[in-house]
Design a binder for this molecule. Sequence first.
Ligand code: PLP
Length: 413
Amino acid sequence: MEDFSPQDHFRFPDEPEAIELRAFTHGLQPATVPKMMEHFTEDWRRFGVDAWNKVPNHWRPEHGESVGWWTLPTYLGDEFIAPLLGAPQGTCILQPHVHWTVQCLLSAPEVRDRGSKIVLPETAFPSVLHSTQQWEDLQSFQASIVPSIEDDRVDQAALLDAIDEDTAMVALSHVGFTTGARLSDAFLKRVANEAHAHDALVLIDGYHAAGSMPVNVTDLGCDCYVGGLLKEGCGSSGNTFLYVRDGLPLTPRLTGWFGDAAPFEFRQAPEPHPDVRRRFLGGTVAVAPMYHAVEGVRILLDLGLDTVRSHSLHLTDLAIQRADEAQLSLRSPRDRAARSAMILLEVPDAHKLTATLKKHDIYTDSRRNEVVRMAPFLWNTEVDIHRTFDHIERAVASGSYRDTSVSASGPVT
Ligand SMILES: Cc1ncc(COP(=O)(O)O)c(C=O)c1O
């Protein structure tokens, strides 16, 4: 990280002293995004309809391959998402949001044919947890929701026990969004072995994992891996992704004409595209988001995910040390192996502490008024951690922050 200058790679808020610690919601904007958005408006102006077939390759100018709006979801999947996930070529595609991908997956008869149970922990994100319940009637699925153990942790033994002959799929979050806890590779592999022994599939929601640490979907043995580029991926909304294990037969019924084998023949009956990942496309894809989608991933890949992870661990080590000194309890894992990029501190009136920090241009967030969350990331330094904890320590020692008035917490995830 010594040679890495965040100022060269990211754009910062106007406040000169701002400390952005919310990579779990939105990373900073990569410096190349304004140029990429200009390319979008210019390609649209210059090429109009023809841009669907061919635009200059702004994403990999050094490669010079031909790209068009039509093929961007798979091209960016191969060039940027596959290396992020350690996935083979031909297995990754951009998607609009995790919610859509899960809907498509649940609509595939090849999932229902394996059994009627979807096993998942109660802490799964709503895009997975709610969708599964919504599909209970449509596919006569039964959501087998495994209750958490203390502090929202996944009950790993109960989850493994819940997998049986009637299980169609197991769906897990790689990192718990309410806990910051990362499921170990060993556990995820055990789940994959257990699921496959019962002819069930494994879906991992990799939001908060992919982009903040090395991930290898092939080693994990999962069948599908979804995630997004909005948060630690430093993209903006409209860009998530799907990995589908090579050779896995899936014909989602929620596919659209962009996922058809011959979209421009406008045939009477649908025919699934031979490339399975393309079947997860619906109608006309949103083009503008794909211009900024992978600018953050480019930075992460150039730097190397091992470096990203060790910087994150270094700063969360320091944050934990400062939390201990301030006698604040940690809600997220202390153990490095189980830690993600975020840490959660238990604080009374957490919303008010977050609001107080914001007045000093230190951006964290709070949950249920019980915990303050922060994720020091690529652009943060030790100085940022010390400044943040100096404020927290003073605020907690005096208790004065509890007199701050706060409006309802904002719509952030
Ligand atoms: C674990 C997890 N999964 C999924 C999402 C988002 O899903 P979607 O793309 O459906 O909005 C989030 C946060 O927004 C998340 O934290």
